[in-house]
Design a protein. Structure first.
Length: 73
């Protein structure tokens, strides 16, 4: 059974969108948000939270996600 996951989207007056993945660890946050990011447009910057560096069981290969992300840029 999956753990509860939350994604926050903050939209500034200038139209800039900040996405924050909460209650996720490892590269899971990148996998979960990838589809929405591709729908929104180009990712300008990415700031990884400390939870990104935690080890967790994941069904998606981290290197595959990172490679796909840079191929779309």
């Amino acid at each position: 059974m999956s753990q509860y996951q939350r994604i926050e989207y903050l939209i500034g007056k200038d139209g800039k969108i900040v996405e924050r993945a909460i209650d996720m660890s490892g590269s899971e946050c990148i996998a979960v948000t990838a589809e929405m990011e591709s729908s929104l447009g180009k990712v300008e910057t990415r700031e990884l939270l400390p939870s990104y560096y935690e080890y967790a069981e994941q069904s998606v290969d981290r290197h595959e996600i990172e490679q796909n992300q840079y191929e779309k840029s």
